[in-house]
Design a protein. Structure first.
Length: 133
């Protein structure tokens, strides 16, 4: 039987090495700065078994500053800047780089804008599935 575990916003996953087959996040990461998401990907690798999967569901806001801006910007005030109501725009280019950096291969990616409120906000649902290699 599986269990669901709550993880705080530090980027640290408080579990033993190679303990899970899947790490799943649904509509949480868009509220977390990309540098902390980077830490979650690193920690996910540690806690995943061989060939384990990351499944991340989040949003993209093309009208706002992207992850690349926050990764490259050294200004502390801007580091704390949130996008529309506390949302970060996690883009495929940066997420895929982070997966590769931490020993994952992106095996599936979906980007959809199939709901009226998404189209109105020029936002997209994203789904990343990456496998530990």
């Amino acid at each position: 039987m599986g269990y669901i575990h709550h993880v705080d916003g530090s980027g640290i996953i408080p579990f033993k090495n190679e303990n899970f087959d899947v790490v799943f996040s649904c509509l949480v990461l868009q509220h977390i700065h990309i540098k902390i998401v980077d830490k979650y990907i690193e920690e996910s690798r540690r806690v995943l078994t061989k060939n384990g999967l990351i499944m991340f569901h989040c949003t993209e806001w093309p009208d706002f500053k992207s992850d690349r801006f926050f990764l490259e910007n050294k200004d502390e005030e801007l580091e704390l800047e949130y996008l529309s109501g506390g949302m970060y725009s996690h883009t495929k280019d940066v997420m895929e780089e982070l997966f590769i950096k931490h020993g994952f291969k992106l095996i599936d990616y979906k980007r959809v804008q199939d709901e009226h409120h998404l189209k109105k906000a020029n936002a997209f649902w994203l789904m990343y599935v990456a496998q530990k290699i």
